[in-house]
Design a protein around this ligand. Structure first.
Ligand code: ZN
Length: 56
């Protein structure tokens, strides 16, 4: 019998340690806000503002 099974390693590498809800500073207005995770660097005000202004 071949016992060739690889030991499954916990694959946490895809998850950045900062990819979690935390308090961050808005990149736009420097307001401290509750971030939903990695990629969420703007406060609600700036996010809604940027998404509403779709002008090229
Ligand atoms: Zn902001």
């Amino acid at each position: 019998m071949s016992n060739n099974t690889k030991k499954p390693e916990a694959d946490y590498s895809f998850k950045h340690e900062e990819d979690r809800p935390d308090t961050r500073t808005c990149l736009s207005c420097r307001t401290t806000f509750s971030s939903e995770g990695w990629g969420n660097r703007l406060c609600q005000t700036c996010r809604s503002r940027s998404s509403s202004s779709m002008a090229a």
